[in-house]
Design a protein around this ligand. Sequence first.
Ligand SMILES: [Zn+2]
Length: 536
Amino acid sequence: MYNSVKTRRRLIPGPRNVTVKMFVANTNVTLASLFSPTFVSFAVVKDMEAEKMELKLYNTMTQQKEVFTPINPGKVGLYVCGITAYDFSHIGHARAAVSFDVLYRYLKHLRYEVNFVRNFTDVDDKIIIRANENGEEPLELSNRFCEEYLVDMGALQCLLPTHQPRVSDHMDHIVEMIQKIIEKDCGYDVDGDVFFSVDKSPNYGKLSGQLLEHTRAGERVAVDSRKRNPADFALWKAAKPGEPSWESPWGRGRPGWHIECSAMSAHYLTPKFDIHGGGADLKFPHHENELAQTCAACEDGGVNYWLHNGHVTINNEKMAKSKKNFKTIREMTESYHPLALRHFLMSAHYRSPLSFSASQLDSSSEALYYVYQTLQDLNDALLPYREAMSEDSGKSEQTAEAKDIINKLKNALKFINASIGKLKKMQKKQRMSLLVSLVEIEKAAREVLDVLGLLTTLSYAEILKEMKQKTLTRAGLSEEDISQKIEERIMARKNKEFEKSDQIRAELTVKGIALMDIGKETVWRPCFPLQANSSD
Ligand SMILES: [Zn+2]
């Protein structure tokens, strides 16, 4: 499509918002040209003296950053609360998934052996209500939406956890844990319902910073007079007509929400494990209750690092199913590339709120297109030399420039763009040195993209093609429509109707399509949709 490397480079404007720190391998890397604001999610500092990697995590429990030390050297137990499967997941769910996927990828990158468990809640009030509305079996409905969630996770390049347990498959473990809690006198059974006694939990409220007096869950609704303390919560709920139920020592029923995560984390990891993650809204009551249960059932139970991701907001409100202000992952990926959505979800620090808007997604699309176009150009530029390089590999010293740039990936893409044009003009020896540098830089860039989950099995060209297709979808245009506009513009220019030709171009720019005149040819690429007089 393009004439030459030289002209093609003109198609790649720098991205708009650019500052992000990402830490990779044993080098502090600033990949500013890729990512907007601050994605220092999980910062790693290299201890130059000790040659030892140090991962620091912000722990909700202690409210500070702490050096990560696993319970078992080289191994990590990671549990993240998954979704309640009764509908398509929205981008708030996607943010939690992507945040902890980056942590998972990063721990693996640091060569930890990670046992990553993410549950599915498939027994719950919301599921039962929705299933009744649909006239369908609750487990059928939840199974369907577990599958849909996995489709979304695949699109967003989230790696599969080691285990994805479902509540309905773990009733024995749940019942067993409730029995232990009762044996320790931390739970009591009333008419087939079992409650957890918060008064028996000395540290209750420590994780979420809630005072027990303020945690009277019953105050907003009528307090169940059978509870010893209004803040006591259900471990087991007696069966009601028309609801799914399981056998238990307290009669047929189903588990309360919180107990599943205590039982499944203890089963797949150990009662005490390294990292527990989830959305900030889960701190209370879910995680507070989960911790109280685990510690009540198992003396040595607990979590060393509690991590919570921030909300996605829309018009300054938390995006939530209950507020009906949500956008589903499925809906968003119809018009935006899933990798652009992933990029957007990583565009703020993972603990900060992330404000959703179409223009944020447009910015992410633009930044990502720039990354892949640059890498594609590099691939094209290296192609004629690949063979020669394999013959000469090892003969050339890596330039100091290369090392420096790997240390500062911030400039990597700029460097690639600046170098591509020079390649052909260089003497062989000089060129070999630059080629080695470029190959190293590409490797480093791919490593960063891989940790961020922004690499796929597709080629750069295929990703670019997909991104262009999404641009056309958003613009409501086809490739033919654009060809026609290009023709009209050529005619207008031939007839010296420059106002008309400018207007055609401006109309397309508003729709996120930039026309580029390369020699005698006009081509297009996606751009940030700009109003003609916008100062943005
Ligand atoms: Zn949970």
